[in-house]
Design a protein around this ligand. Structure first.
Ligand code: R5P
Length: 244
């Protein structure tokens, strides 16, 4: 069903993101503790959530997955808690950079993958909000973000290269995320290495292997975590893959 309340001046891409966010809010019930994702699609979800809280008296407590989302949610009047104070969450709604038919994801394009993965893992359900441009047959066209400690990060990159070799991904480019002003630093004070893999043959195996490399904090591969993926379309409709 299209959403008649959607602003008419949005680009097609924004309409799709908004449609996914609006549909995902159907999973939210009053009294829930809710993980709030990060990114441009999650941004829509936080905005629409705040609107529903004002318009319908919906009550939730949010646990943000980044300083960016925390600032947005608190500016919109959404009550927040820390993950440890909340303990366990009913639901997390978050975006993704890629998804496949097995509901596996690549996340971390915005650098928030670590808090996002911890929050999603501590939730009864994770609902992903996305659009058709992020659907892939095989994960890996989007460079895989891997969060690493700053100490010895070049050495960590070399150790990662060895792992890639063992997984048939030898010679792939590993880039330290950053720009002219320096390397990117995550909310937790780490750097991010973007692994340009092209295609990942076995995401679960690669995730496990990367996570035991000294210096690696977490990868952007989310396997077996998302319970549903809501795909929004530019005509304002959305469809759900997985748990309805
Ligand atoms: O670190 C950022 C997150 O994993 C985002 O959820 C992901 O990058 C998708 O963001 P967007 O909705 O802006 O495409």
């Amino acid at each position: 069903m299209t959403d008649a309340s959607a602003p008419t001046d949005l680009s097609p891409a924004e309409r799709a993101k908004r449609a996914a966010a609006a549909r995902a809010l159907n999973y939210v019930e009053t009294g829930m503790t809710l993980g709030l994702g990060t990114g441009s699609t999650a941004d829509w979800m936080v905005r629409l959530l705040a609107e529903r809280m004002k318009a319908e008296g919906l009550r939730v407590i949010g646990v943000p997955t980044s300083t960016r989302t925390a600032a947005q949610a608190s500016a919109l009047g959404i009550p927040l808690s820390t993950l440890d104070d909340a303990g366990w969450l009913d639901l997390t709604i978050d975006g993704a950079d890629e998804f496949d038919d097995a509901r596996r994801l690549i996340k971390g394009g915005g650098g928030a993958l670590l808090q996002e993965k911890i929050v999603a893992a501590a939730s009864d359900r994770m609902v992903v909000i996305t659009d058709p441009s992020k659907h892939v047959e095989r994960l890996g066209a989007f460079p895989l973000p891997v969060e690493v400690v700053r100490f010895g990060h070049e050495t960590t990159a070399r150790l990662i290269a060895r792992v890639l070799d063992e997984h048939g991904l030898g010679g792939r480019r590993i880039a330290l995320r950053g720009g002219p002003s320096g390397a990117f630093v995550s909310d937790e004070g780490h750097h991010i290495l973007d692994l340009h893999l092209g295609a990942i043959p076995e995401p679960e195996r690669l995730n496990t292997a990367l996570n035991v490399v000294p210096g690696v904090v977490e990868t952007g591969l989310f396997c077996g975590i998302a319970s549903a993926i809501v795909v929004g379309y530019e005509d304002g409709t959305a469809r759900v893959i997985g748990e309805q």
